[in-house]
Design a protein around this ligand. Structure first.
Ligand code: CUA
Length: 351
């Protein structure tokens, strides 16, 4: 019976590890395949600390095995008591100093890279973006371009991008594992970090600080495009004038009217309006996801509009507008899905 329990436990552990490690390998959501400066530096630290820890583990195991074999009780020595080393100054000193040295070897590069990533001294020469964390979405304000957007952060490949990060409510943590390390996003003070991506692609971002019931759903994307595409994206976003943008289809037009009648604009903006109670919806039709993690289909958007609480518990949209019936939700969804202001889309990016 005992043997069986052992096997079941081993099997359970193996299954758990398999699931865990498969999760680590998710495309563009892994710190183990760095595609940006911060992630690359973090990877070096991961290797350094793993080598040191592995070394310590090996030394301890070897010494333990040696002692167990070399000093095992021999026949005829049953009552022999070896020399006692309790309180030995030499031993105490050795095993105090060695860990201190190891900790210093790990702490110095970790501290240097942390300060380097937060160093904003040359930010004037680069792109500056204000990042605001909200329960449970992200707002991005491109300072120099006066572009407001949410959830999808477009940046050019191979360029430093400075992020000035603050929270609108509780503490969040901005983390794009493939591109950079984490940075806490606090309500009280602005934290700065720069990111630089080496390859074009769509990278997953996560909130890495427990911030409420939908913390694990507070996803976003960093879309790394070529310099030309970035310039195109900036121009399209800047030139977009929501006043002049009339939907083509009759259904979308009705959706636009319903959007206005239901006072959605009190929280959401389309265009470069400073309103940011809720996500800015400019270019919504090109979003990689709906609500941060659902596939961008009209059906999912209708579900969201009808009952956001069901999809993202604790979100601040729930209860802020009259309950929509199927027809109204369909029309508003039709309107939102056609809000596409640029040809630079996640699909057009070389992945
Ligand atoms: Cu925001 Cu977790």
């Amino acid at each position: 019976m005992k043997g069986w329990m052992g096997k079941i436990k081993a099997l359970a552990l193996m299954s758990f590890m398999a699931v865990l490690l498969t999760g680590c390998g998710k495309e563009n959501l892994t710190a183990l395949v760095p595609k940006g400066y911060g992630a690359e530096e973090s990877m070096k630290l991961i290797i350094l600390t793993t080598v040191i820890m592995g070394g310590v583990f090996l030394v301890v195991i070897v010494v333990l095995a040696y002692v167990l074999i070399r000093f095992r009780r021999k026949k005829g020595q049953e009552n022999y008591i070896p020399k006692q080393v309790e309180g030995s100054k030499t031993l105490e000193t050795i095993w105090t100093i060695i860990p201190i040295i190891l900790v210093i070897i790990m702490a110095v590069p970790t501290t240097l890279i942390s300060f380097d990533l937060a160093d904003a001294s040359d930010s004037k020469d680069h792109i500056n973006i204000d990042v605001t964390g909200n329960q449970y979405w992200w707002h991005f304000n491109y300072q120099d371009e006066d572009i407001q957007t949410s959830q999808d952060l477009y940046i050019p490949v191979g360029e430093k991008v400075y992020l000035n990060m603050i929270s609108n409510d509780v503490i969040h943590s901005f983390w794009v594992p493939s591109i950079s390390g984490k940075m806490d996003v606090n309500p009280e003070n602005t934290n700065t970090m720069y990111i630089e991506a080496y390859e074009e692609g769509v990278y997953w971002g996560k909130c890495a600080e427990l911030c409420g019931p939908s913390h694990s759903l507070m996803d976003f994307k960093v879309i790394v495009v070529s310099k030309e595409e970035y310039e195109q994206w900036v121009a399209d976003m800047k030139n977009y004038d929501p006043e002049k943008d009339e939907p083509e289809s009759a259904v979308a037009k009705e959706g636009k009217d319903l959007f206005e009648e239901n006072n959605c604009m009190a929280c959401h903006a389309i265009g470069s309006s400073p309103v940011e109670v809720g996500p800015n919806l400019t270019n919504f039709g090109n979003r990689t996801k709906i609500a941060g993690f659902k596939e961008p289909t009209k059906e999912n958007l209708v579900d969201w509009l009808k009952d956001p609480e069901e999809i993202k518990p604790g979100n601040l949209m729930t209860g802020k507008y009259p309950q929509l019936n199927d027809d109204e939700a369909e029309k508003i969804a039709e309107y939102l899905m056609q809000l596409k202001v640029t040809d630079v889309t996640p699909e057009s990016v070389n992945n």
